[in-house]
Design a protein around this ligand. Structure first.
Ligand code: SF4
Length: 460
């Protein structure tokens, strides 16, 4: 069924809140009962597994050149090159410290530099960190090594330098090409500047380019989103992520510069989301999970077809079952059933690295019930069918009795003629009408959902 034939959902549904579920439980459940010793123990245990999990490394660069008002990332606006060099030095030291805990045969299949703005790090510092990473972790030849960039900061031959450091994927923040929208979010970047950056990356031979778009921004309209999608079609990145803007000015100070009255209302927001989906599907992209789109030849689209798509802190991934190791401030590791998050303070991070300590300040250890719920929630978020009967056998429970309230809650959200999910022979799957609401559907299986509702944004 095409998006156009779906009846509008009730307004209450558009106002409901739910997490983005890049983990289960979400980071809102982390606390200080988990510390550095727990992380070390989890890593040693994972070394001892009969077949140790491959590694996915995430490096957080918290610095930005300027402040985008919509941003919810952990970042610091600075142009102080000494400060950035000192941080890069700590990242390199941390790479060495963590490698000392890992068995030499651990395989690295994914590396992601996120932020903040990783390409705001001076090139010499980025080189130092990458050389250290290659020295200690020697990523697989086929590894995905990706860099988030701000196209406004790309200088000279930098894309060629990134390629020489091993990066093979680039993610570019585009958001919306309309000048008025860009001024209201304090991120003015002419489309020509982005196009130049794409051309350089293509010329250098990057395998995959991702565009991040955002809907629900101030003054955004069908016209501005259409112009943005015209630009996407011209540039044809392999992947497009279309995130809903989360307006949380009580928690995110920069967002106080955005007047609520400039924002599209709930119905307009859904219409923007649906327009993005319609146009990308018409342009030949495949929809991936909640908010991603990929060309059919892209590895994400293949994983989606083969039902092997997974989700971690960086979003959708083709690498299932990895131990994720986070480096830098605020980063989160997930090793086996243990989550461990670093301090958000650059000074505290530096002190811990100086003392040779893992800068973990909070975390969570999953129990059996969490693992069961995680399997359901992540499958739903990846738009995969959930075999409740098989899970019942695996966890020794009656799925009908256990999840009846969740299924009833989902059924009550939409008219019977257009359900958000169907459950046939014990297999649960989201319908086309349900896809925009995957977060809400998943939240019905979240044991902590009601406690964290005040900390999450609208789910569409
Ligand atoms: S959107 Fe990116 S560049 Fe802008 S403030 Fe956030 S992290 Fe920095």
């Amino acid at each position: 069924m095409s998006v156009a034939t779906i009846a509008p959902p009730p307004l209450e549904l558009l106002a409901m809140r739910a997490p983005r579920y890049t983990s289960y439980p979400t980071a809102l459940q982390f606390d200080e009962r988990i510390g550095p010793d727990d992380a070390v123990r989890a890593l040693r245990q994972s070394n001892d597994d009969w077949l140790p999990a491959p590694l996915s490394l995430y490096l957080h660069v918290p610095f930005c050149h300027s402040n985008c008002f919509y941003c919810g990332c952990h970042r610091k606006v600075t142009r102080n090159v000494e400060r950035m060099a000192a941080y890069a030095n700590d990242l390199a030291r941390e790479l060495g410290q963590r490698a000392a805990l890992l068995d030499a045969d651990r395989q690295t299949v994914q590396v992601h530099f996120g932020g903040g703005t990783p390409n705001h790090l001076p090139s010499a510092d980025l080189c130092r960190v990458m050389e250290t990473l290659h020295h200690h972790y020697a990523p697989d030849e086929q590894a995905d090594i990706s860099l988030e960039i701000d196209p406004r900061l790309v200088e000279g031959e930098e894309p060629a330098l990134w390629a020489s450091l091993g990066f093979n994927r680039i993610s570019i923040g585009v958001q919306d090409v309309d000048d008025r929208v860009q001024r209201l979010i304090n991120r003015v970047q002419p489309a020509e500047q982005v196009a130049r950056c794409v051309e350089q990356c293509r010329h250098t031979g990057f395998e995959s380019i991702n565009f991040d778009l955002i809907y629900g921004l101030p003054a955004q309209s069908m016209q501005s989103i259409d112009a943005t999608l015209d630009f996407v079609e011209q540039q044809r990145p392999e992947r497009v992520a279309a995130f809903g803007y989360a307006h949380l000015p009580d928690r995110l100070r920069a967002q106080r510069a955005i007047n609520r009255v400039w924002l599209p209302d709930a119905t307009a927001r859904l219409a923007l989301r649906n327009r993005i989906e319609q146009r990308l599907l018409a342009a030949g992209y495949v929809s991936i999970g909640l908010d991603h789109y990929a060309l059919p030849s892209d590895s994400l689209a293949r994983a989606h077809r083969e039902q092997s798509l997974h989700r971690n802190f960086q979003g959708y991934t083709t690498h299932a079952g990895c131990d994720v190791i986070g480096f830098g401030v605020s980063s989160i590791s997930r090793i086996g059933d243990t989550f461990a998050q670093h301090s958000k303070s650059i000074d505290d991070y530096h002190t811990a690295i100086d003392q040779g300590l893992w800068p973990v300040v909070r975390g969570y250890r999953q129990c059996d019930d969490d693992r069961l719920r995680e399997q359901i929630i992540m499958a739903l978020m990846c738009d995969r069918p959930v075999d409740l009967l098989a899970l019942g056998r695996q966890y020794g429970m009656d799925p009908n009795a256990r999840f009846e309230p969740a299924l009833e809650a989902i059924q009550s959200m939409a008219p019977r003629t257009q359900p958000l999910v169907v459950c046939e022979s014990g297999v649960l799957r989201a319908t086309p009408e349900g896809r925009p609401f995957l977060r809400l559907i998943a939240a019905q299986f979240d044991a902590f959902a009601s406690a964290q509702r005040g900390h999450t944004n609208v789910a569409v």
